[in-house]
Ligand binder design. Sequence first.
Ligand SMILES: Nc1ncnc2c1ncn2[C@@H]1O[C@H](COP(=O)(O)OP(=O)(O)OP(=O)(O)O)[C@@H](O)[C@H]1O
Ligand SMILES: [Mg+2]
Length: 215
Amino acid sequence: MALRIGFASQKGGPGKSTDARGTAVGLAQNGWAVKIADFDLNQSTSALWNVRRMKRGHSPEISVEQFGGMAQALAKSGDYDAIIFDGAPRASKDTAAMAEACDLLVIPTGLSLDDLEPAVALADALHFKHAIPVERIAFALNQVGDSQAELDEAREYLAGKPYHVLDGHLPKKVSYSRAMDVGLSVIEVSHKGLRIQAEQLISAIIARATALQSK
Ligand SMILES: Nc1ncnc2c1ncn2[C@@H]1O[C@H](COP(=O)(O)OP(=O)(O)OP(=O)(O)O)[C@@H](O)[C@H]1O
Ligand SMILES: [Mg+2]
């Protein structure tokens, strides 16, 4: 069965599409046939990103398709080695269906309590209301500023919760958003240091998901 990784959040804009594209490219670089299922029907951001990617001829090739619901997306998953679910801007009842179908559900979050609290609230809802096992829910730190203290405190806060916290994080950098403007992902930026940082997070997502898939 295809590896299934989902990206979801309570708040809009924490980096679901950013992480989903990086994960898709990371798997594709290793020879996997990957589809991103874009659930952002109103903005179709990953579908449009892939149009930019194809226009510029970037490889590896990623397939992106928009879906209104999980059932349609899962019906297509047999044709791929991995399917990446790029969730709609805000969590809904479909988020639980996504989490139920996934080997790993990633919740990207910023470091402030305004970001962390809704991220944990979503994880709690998925675990306590929908019985998603804690080990299948993981937080990914994104939009990290230049304060080491803020990063340490965010990790400490999340360490007190039962969910997994992924190694690595994405600093807030214009290089990342500009790379996506030209159809690249965060692991394809030309700046080597930023590329390595992104690869740490994306590798952690892939390693965690593949380990859970075999369980
Ligand atoms: N680490 C980063 N550094 C700089 N810009 C970033 C970073 N991560 C994300 N962005 C930018 O922030 C915006 C939101 O990111 P993204 O689209 O990945 O979030 P999202 O959770 O998918 O949003 P939505 O809820 O609208 O689907 C985008 O413009 C993206 O380019
Ligand atoms: Mg998005």
